[in-house]
Design a protein around this ligand. Structure first.
Ligand SMILES: NC(=O)c1ccc[n+]([C@@H]2O[C@H](COP(=O)([O-])OP(=O)(O)OC[C@H]3O[C@@H](n4cnc5c(N)ncnc54)[C@H](OP(=O)(O)O)[C@@H]3O)[C@@H](O)[C@H]2O)c1
Length: 271
C-alpha cells in the first residue's frame, strides 16, 4: 500500500472501509490523514475512534498535508463536494489516485475537480459497515494496474467487488445501495401483516427475517430458480396463490421494477 493515504470525509462509510484494514494490519493508522468538516466530529473521532489516526478539520492550516498524499479516498456527501477546496500540489498524475465513493458523481466531474489525479468511481452499500458490502468499481482512463490492485485491496476486506463500465454503475447503485431500504420496507410491511393477524411485533419481525434468510439459503443451496420455488409452495386453490393474486392485483412486481429504475434515473441526475 502507498505510504500516505488521505481520507476526505471520515464519516460512517469511510470508517467502515478503513477500520477493517487497520484491524487486519494492512494499513498503519499513522499513515492515514483524515479530514472532517466540524470541530464536533473531530473531537468525537479523537475521543471515541479506536485507532489513533491523523485527523484535521477542513479549515485548519495543517490540513494541507491531505493534498500531499498520493492516494485520496473521497467520502463526503455528494452535495458537500462543492465545499472542498482542492489544492493540487503534486502534478505527477501517474501516481496520484482519487477513489470516490460519492453516489452519482461521474468520473468526468471527478476528473474536472481533481485534474492531477487518476480517478476511480466506486459504489458501495450500507452492509459494508458490518463487512458484508457490495462494491462496484468503474475505472477512469489510464488507471494503472497497481492503482487497480490497490483500490480492490482497499474494499475487499469489507465487501465483494464487481467491476463495471461506468454506464452500469447507476443501476448497480439503484439495486445495491437503495436495495437495503427497499428490503427494510418489505420486512416492515410483512411484519405488519403478522401483527394484523395477532402476532407480537417483535416476534412477527423475527419470523419475517428468518423466513427471508431461509428462502435465500434454499435458493442458493439447491440451485432452484425463483419460479421453481414459487411453484413448489403454490398449490391449487391454496393460501399462497391467494396471497400472490393480491400482489399481482396491486402491481407489486411493476412497483419494484419502477423503484429500481427510478433510483437509477435519480443517480444519473447527480452527474
Ligand atoms: N450512507 C450510505 O448508505 C452510503 C452507502 C454507500 C455510499 N455512500 C456514499 O458515501 C459518502 C459518505 O456517506 P456517509 O454516510 O459516510 O456520510 P457521513 O457519515 O455524513 O460522512 C461525511 C463526512 O464528510 C465530512 N465532510 C463534510 N464536508 C466536508 C468538507 N468540506 N471537508 C472535509 N470533510 C467534510 C463530514 O464531516 P462532519 O461530520 O464534520 O460534517 C463527515 O466526516 C456519500 O457520498 C454517499 O454517497 C453512502
Amino acid at each position: 500500500m502507498p505510504r500516505k493515504i488521505a481520507v476526505i470525509g471520515f464519516g460512517n462509510i469511510a470508517k467502515a472501509i478503513i477500520t477493517p484494514l487497520f484491524d487486519k494490519k494492512l494499513l498503519d493508522p499513522r499513515d492515514v490523514y483524515c479530514l472532517v468538516n466540524t470541530k464536533k466530529s473531530l473531537e468525537s473521532i479523537r475521543k471515541n475512534y479506536k485507532y489513533d489516526i491523523n485527523i484535521f478539520q477542513s479549515n485548519c492550516k495543517d490540513s494541507g498535508i491531505i493534498w500531499d498524499c498520493e492516494v485520496k479516498l473521497l467520502s463526503v456527501k455528494p452535495q458537500q463536494l462543492k465545499n472542498i477546496t482542492v489544492i493540487e500540489k503534486n502534478s505527477n498524475n501517474n501516481r496520484n489516485l482519487l477513489v470516490s465513493i460519492l453516489a452519482g458523481v461521474s468520473l468526468e466531474k471527478l476528473i474536472r475537480t481533481f485534474p492531477n489525479h487518476k480517478c476511480v468511481r466506486v459504489v458501495t452499500n450500507i452492509p459494508i459497515t458490518i463487512g458484508k458490502g457490495l462494491t462496484g468499481i468503474a475505472w477512469g482512463d489510464e488507471t494503472t494496474a497497481d492503482q487497480k490492485q490497490f483500490t480492490k485491496r482497499f474494499f475487499e476486506s469489507s465487501s465483494k467487488i464487481y467491476e463495471f463500465s461506468e454506464d452500469l454503475l447507476d443501476i448497480f447503485l439503484a439495486l445495491t445501495s437503495s436495495g437495503p431500504a427497499i428490503i427494510a420496507l418489505i420486512i416492515e410491511a410483512l411484519s405488519d401483516g403478522g401483527l394484523t393477524g395477532g402476532l407480537q411485533k417483535k416476534l412477527s419481525e423475527e419470523l419475517v427475517m428468518e423466513m427471508i434468510s431461509g428462502t435465500i439459503s434454499l435458493i442458493k443451496d439447491t440451485n432452484i430458480t425463483t419460479a421453481e420455488l414459487k411453484n413448489m409452495v403454490t398449490s391449487p386453490g391454496g393460501t399462497t396463490i391467494s396471497a400472490l393474486r393480491v400482489l399481482e392485483n396491486k402491481s407489486l412486481r411493476s412497483a419494484l421494477i419502477e423503484a429500481v429504475v427510478s433510483a437509477s434515473i435519480r443517480s444519473k441526475e447527480f452527474h
